[in-house]
Design a protein around this ligand. Structure first.
Ligand code: ZN
Length: 846
């Protein structure tokens, strides 16, 4: 490495700087001078600075303007309005007839069509960089790869242009990438500082890894919670690439990683073995050659996980392509010391470049094989489905149109065929109503995605997980569903069903009524509270004579009494109508406060809902993911502003300006005694704290709450074990992420809006709290046989069975609501979001 740096510095001194640095990346290469050279265009050498995203896009625009072999497509926009671009490169003829090329390629995945002549078809290769924004070598390598492919006169470049359509995403996460780009550039020293402790190498919170909402986009290929992946997947299904390269960085002391990943343990069970055994090995030979050629070291078959369909290198494996994860040891900054000497940014870029070229080479050489495999993938999907005992999944929640629609959208976005259920039926103890439920047949080309959405897997080849070991989306959505041994259905669903919302005719009413069961009911409530309407909630069910006949309203239903509003009746009606339309809610009205059954509308069991004023503590030491999930939930699903205050500002806050304080997982030891006293005082006088996971441990350590941990050592461990076994042994005890069934007390304000007394929850921690000693204050606890999906050790499973998932600690006039599991995980746990929102809206009633 030292040698390379010397060479690099020497090059800086030469007069023909630009060409010299390009020589480092492309020794002995001849380029077409009509194509803009990136270093001349940008005004610096690649690796000298981190390239801002707008400059990168500008360069790609220049390439597309100056070459008939390139086209720049905008496939979406990020939250911060950066364009998501794909630079398409191929021979002129293909670029001019791109739609024809695409339609011919799509014949491969359409089993109704004959297999086209694959020998005449170009490989579709997608190189996707910097999904983690602070892994910047990929984005810079994208610049060089695009330049090389368009300008190089080499035989290899010509062969690739001739026989491939290469699609380059320079950055899947531009918002995060620019966060890191500015960080690295603004701290660059002259000369650069390699000391890992320098500020350049240590980002502040939140890091550039995550997007605008602090989400890890390399977990979002299946959930599609974020704009970037919604756009990417929509684009993906217009092309079905044969090969997808997913370029990352890892720790500075590491070398380079490429697939194959660890056999079986880190592989996805629905992916054909051929992908792992034949294709991965074929491609690996190209990567070996590329890195051996420049003397870069690498490793394979260890650590990295390839099982969760939300990864950018796994999703393509479930779509008939080959997804490839690449990991480069990071210089994180312009130069950083490592165990092997100083790692320079250009060095990391060069490895990514070499692997990009090797991926294209392999894609072209294996092109016919990969086309046939793509076809075979969908053919075997259908034949495997025929052998599956389950012929269809029926699903739907008769009380929650919005959650049904969200789930339907997810299925349709992944091109899963969905049909209307045309009969009322009961299966596995659940009832499914005609018009409120749907059917997904297993026998369809997306059979493997169907399995990923619905199957519960509890048997594993390995016990060490890098991440989640369960991702059953139907459970995350809290969707009632059942497997069927026959497929019977109505019409196929091609788009989301139209909404037919009920709203009362003009009349003289005592109150308007809204059921809380719908996913977007909190959005409705927030909307009317912001508009200044007074709303109440019922703690007990009642049946009302509405303008639409007798209706049941369970606990949690909202009452908007006309007699207690600041606005006149017509304005109230108008505001309710607006709120109902924006949140998709049915609104009913009644002319009497006297109920047909249950409590009347003036009952003491109906109480005013106070307007939440929410403060969330964030910053160094807290979980950016959890905080981001909460922010994203409130922004996009409720429309509620939330103050996100850095922990370091705690000395400035007057908590009495708020009624709800959210503590995401984290370390809060930065708070001093007087700050903690302020917190305790506010809590005692009626404040509500919502704390997640390790934040509850901190509250416990400060004796702000006095709950009990569960400590059971049921299985004694051996006293001595081989040193080399430590990772596997300890790894098997971690709870990487799995799904459990819990009992829900839906008479508790935390359970408002739930009709079921059992719900699935997601757990990825080893924190075990005992249920509350107060017998009314454990609204969510595990069932006796809780494991629904994922890996857990026997000892941990015993603990789970005896512990609480959500418990409430009353403290003086206030209370702490502990979420020991994450109800908002990855923006996909639509089934448990309402528990969290209930804590925000009804916290003072617990
Ligand atoms: Zn990464």
């Amino acid at each position: 490495m030292k040698k390379q740096l010397l060479l690099f510095l020497l090059m800086l001194c030469t007069v023909i700087q630009v060409q010299a640095q390009l020589d480092y990346f492309f020794p002995n290469e001849k380029f077409d001078s009509q194509i803009p050279n990136p270093e001349a265009f940008l005004g610096y050498e690649i690796g000298e600075w981190h390239t801002r995203y707008d400059r990168l896009v500008a360069y790609f625009e220049a390439l597309a303007e100056n070459s008939e072999m390139a086209e720049l497509q905008i496939v979406g926009h990020t939250n911060q309005r950066r364009p998501l671009v794909v630079l398409v490169i191929s021979k002129k003829d293909n670029i001019q007839n791109l739609e024809e090329v695409r339609l011919t390629h799509l014949q491969l995945v359409d089993l109704q069509q004959n297999l086209p002549d694959v020998s005449a078809m170009p490989a579709i290769i997608n190189l996707a960089y910097s999904v983690h924004g602070n892994e910047p070598s990929g984005g810079e390598a994208a610049i060089l790869t695009a330049y090389w492919l368009l300008a190089s006169q080499s035989e290899m470049a010509q062969e690739i242009r001739e026989n491939a359509v290469v699609m380059i995403d320079p950055a899947i996460n531009p918002d995060g990438r620019d966060r890191h780009t500015n960080w690295a550039n603004m701290h660059k020293g002259f000369p650069p500082i390699a000391d890992p402790l320098d500020r350049e190498h240590n980002e502040i919170w939140p890091s550039g890894r995550v997007n605008h909402y602090w989400f890890d986009l390399n977990r979002d290929w299946m959930p599609l919670a974020q704009l970037e992946l919604q756009s990417k997947i929509a684009w993906y299904h217009t092309w079905y690439p044969n090969v997808v390269g997913d370029f990352h960085e890892m720790g500075t002391n590491s070398t380079y990683f490429f697939e194959p990943t660890k056999p079986f343990g880190s592989e996805n069970p629905v992916v054909p073995r051929k992908n792992y055994e034949d294709i991965n090995s074929k491609f690996a030979t190209y990567f070996v050659k590329a890195l051996d050629n420049i003397g870069s070291l690498y490793w394979t078959k260890e650590v990295f996980d390839n099982s969760y369909p939300g990864y950018g290198s796994t999703y393509p494996d479930i779509q008939g392509g080959l997804g490839l994860v690449f990991e480069q040891g990071s210089s994180r900054g312009h130069i950083q010391s490592s165990q092997r000497g100083d790692i320079t940014f250009p060095f990391t870029i060069r490895n990514q470049l070499e692997i990009s070229l090797a991926t294209m080479e392999a894609g072209v050489k294996e092109r016919e094989y990969m086309h046939r495999y793509l076809r075979e993938f969908f053919e075997t999907a259908v034949s495997e489905a025929r052998a599956d005992r389950v012929k269809a999944y029926v699903f739907g929640d008769e009380y929650d149109d919005s959650r049904n629609r969200l789930f339907l959208k997810l299925l349709l976005d992944h091109k899963i065929k969905v049909f209307e259920n045309n009969r009322d039926l009961t299966a596995e103890g659940k009832s499914f109503k005609k018009g409120k439920s749907w059917v997904v047949p297993t026998s369809q080309p997306q059979y493997r995605m169907v399995r990923s959405m619905f199957e519960k897997v509890t048997e594993f080849a390995d016990s060490v997980f890098y991440d989640a070991s369960s991702w059953t989306m139907a459970l995350a959505y809290g969707m009632p569903y059942a497997g069927q041994t026959a497929f019977q259905s109505g019409n196929e669903l091609h788009e989301l069903p139209a909404q037919d919302l009920h709203f009362p005719e003009v009349g003289k009413y005592v109150a308007y009524l809204v059921d809380w069961s719908d996913y977007f009911a909190p959005k409705f409530l927030h909307h009317i509270q912001t508009a200044g309407l007074h709303a109440e909630v019922t703690a007990l069910p009642f049946t009302s004579a509405t303008e639409d006949g007798s209706k049941d309203f369970p606990a949690g239903s909202l009452i908007i009494p006309i007699g207690f509003q600041q606005h006149d009746e017509a304005t109230v009606r108008q505001l309710l109508k607006e709120a109902a339309a924006t949140s998709g809610q049915h609104v009913y009205a009644t002319t009497t406060g006297f109920s047909l059954k249950g409590i009347d509308l003036g009952s003491n069991n109906i109480s005013a809902v106070r307007t939440p004023k929410v403060l969330m503590l964030i910053g160094q030491g807290t979980s950016q993911y959890e905080a981001g999930e909460i922010w994203h939930l409130l922004d996009t699903k409720v429309g509620m502003p939330i103050t996100k205050m850095d922990l370091s500002l705690f000395n400035r806050v007057n908590l009495y300006d708020y009624n709800t304080l959210i503590l995401p997982s984290g370390f809060y030891n930065i708070l001093n005694n007087s700050q903690i006293n302020h917190l305790k005082d506010w809590l005692n006088r009626g404040g509500t704290i919502i704390s997640l996971r390790s934040a509850s441990q901190w509250l416990q350590s400060q004796e702000i709450v006095k709950e009990e941990y569960l400590s059971l050592e049921l299985i004694s461990e051996p006293a001595f074990l081989p040193f080399a076994s430590r990772r596997d042994f300890e790894g098997a005890k971690a709870i990487g992420g799995s799904i459990y069934l819990t009992y829900l007390d839906n008479t508790h304000p935390l359970g408002y809006g739930y009709r079921s007394k059992e719900i699935p929850v997601y757990r990825n921690s080893s924190i075990f709290f005992k249920p509350s000693k107060n017998k009314y204050q454990t609204p969510v606890r595990y069932t006796e046989n809780p494991l629904l999906g994922g890996y857990i050790s026997d000892a941990n499973l015993e603990k789970v069975k005896q512990s609480a998932s959500v418990l409430v600690s009353p403290v003086g006039q206030g209370r702490v609501i502990h979420f020991i599991d994450n109800p908002n995980f990855r923006g996909t746990w639509f089934g448990t979001n309402k528990l969290f929102l209930n804590a925000i809206f009804f916290g003072d009633k617990m």
